[in-house]
Design a protein around this ligand. Sequence first.
Ligand code: COA
Length: 172
Amino acid sequence: MTTRYQDTSPVSTDPSQKTVAASRVRMNELVMPNDTNQLGNLMGGRLLHLMDICSAISAQRHCNRNVVTVSVDSVEFREAIRLGEVVVIEGEITRAFNTSMEVAIQVWAENLRAGTRRLCTTSYYTFVAVDADGNTVPVPPIIAETEFEKKRFEEATERRRIRLEMSKKSNI
Ligand SMILES: CC(C)(COP(=O)(O)OP(=O)(O)OC[C@H]1O[C@@H](n2cnc3c(N)ncnc32)[C@H](O)[C@@H]1OP(=O)(O)O)[C@@H](O)C(=O)NCCC(=O)NCCS
């Protein structure tokens, strides 16, 4: 039997292979009745769950470790995703720090009958790599290749600073 799966190579532990593309994840989910509210729209909590899974796979593919979600940036539901549409979610590591990784998430709604796709939501998830006892462990650096990836890599430092600052202030 031949394999035709060419999306990403299998998880590699070789640091020279740790490009953004290598750990990119693209998930497709059909919106079913049980995923929707009374208006037939995909429920926000369900979408956050899918985004969490997609970004966690990307983070784990990059670091070859278990990861936990430490923070999720603000999520704006700009457009409803309807029953019967396909949710297309893409996760990419933008930058790996010491034990943490920032993952950029983009969500599209694809209408199969109309042959259209619209961007609905974006966010950044941050994951921390942990060992079997839950202790944090270092992660390999990410290799940003394209101009866009390099720009997003540079900008990640400022996003991280804001995130940690907000975390200090968020005690209710
Ligand atoms: C995530 C966790 C392991 C961090 O443990 P900790 O002892 O606070 O670790 P540290 O303070 O050393 O922080 C670890 C990393 O997280 C980052 N971090 C901490 N708080 C953060 C926040 N609010 N946003 C983004 N990054 C954050 C730190 O900057 C650090 O990154 P770096 O090593 O790359 O510099 C711990 O808080 C935890 O287990 N939280 C629960 C996670 C969970 O259950 N998630 C939901 C289910 S998966």
